[in-house]
Write a protein that binds this ligand. Structure first.
Ligand SMILES: C[S@@+](CC[C@H](N)C(=O)[O-])C[C@H]1O[C@@H](n2cnc3c(N)ncnc32)[C@H](O)[C@@H]1O
Length: 215
């Protein structure tokens, strides 16, 4: 599977992910960590790309995520190993070619510590890719998004600075927002995460800031 295919066809934030992975040349045999893996959508997509000779560590602080990841991985025959750890305490069994996170940092206590641990897990020449939102920059019918339960809802706005504070070198950064009006994947995603059907209100989902850095 190439990064253009990704096995994430319903994921509205799939395009920035595919762009980032393409940029790295991620492929067979890579060893990756997906930190804050949740249900494992990205972990399994990465595993499909690295193939049986590669490995993906799906790391999450919530142990209940393990079952969902295992079920998804088994269905795809993917090499995914679940680890229950907080990102701020990340310890992997080996250095990785890619340390990845997406929609993790709004929920951690200390985003800087999490990014530093992820950077420390990367082998010489390997990569860190972080994709995090600026929640309040999203709009529904012109009104800003909010994420009251998150500790750092706008962490994407400082993500380049967090990565610049590590020993890695930033290679690229950009920001990308899926947008739409009426029925479609953007409205479906919004309804899934907020329970709100936007109807005919235009939706600009929170921009996802991507930072790609290399050791
Ligand atoms: C919104 S989900 C992200 C899902 C996935 N990364 C994606 O892009 O589809 C956030 C995940 O981060 C996990 N999480 C929250 N705080 C964490 C921490 N300190 N360390 C590791 N995982 C954490 C949560 O348990 C949850 O599964």
């Amino acid at each position: 599977m190439t990064s253009g295919e990704l096995g994430l066809r319903n994921d509205v934030y799939r395009r920035p992910l595919a762009t980032a992975l393409e940029r790295l040349g991620l492929g067979a045999g890579w060893c990756c960590a997906d930190v804050g893996a949740g249900g494992g959508d990205v972990s399994v997509a990465l595993a499909a790309m690295v193939g049986p000779s590669g490995r993906v560590y799906a790391v999450d602080s919530d142990p209940s995520a393990r079952d969902a990841v295992a079920a998804r991985a088994a269905a795809h025959g993917a090499q995914v190993l679940s680890l229950t750890q907080a990102a701020e305490d990340l310890i992997l069994p080996e250095k990785v070619d890619l340390a990845f996170c997406r929609f993790l940092l709004p929920h951690v206590i200390d985003p800087g510590a999490a990014i530093a641990r992820m950077a420390g897990a990367v082998r010489e020449g390997g990569w860190l890719v972080a994709q995090e939102p600026i929640t309040s920059a999203g709009r529904i019918g012109g009104r800003p998004f909010s994420m009251p339960e998150a500790t750092h809802p706008d962490v994407g706005a400082i993500l380049p600075a967090l990565v610049a504070g590590t020993e890695l070198t930033i290679v690229d950064t950009w920001s990308e927002s899926p947008a739409g009006i009426g029925p479609g994947p953007v409205a479906d995603y919004l309804e899934q995460i907020t329970g709100v059907d936007p109807g005919r209100d235009p939706v600009v989902l929170p921009p996802l800031v991507t930072v790609i850095a290399q050791r």
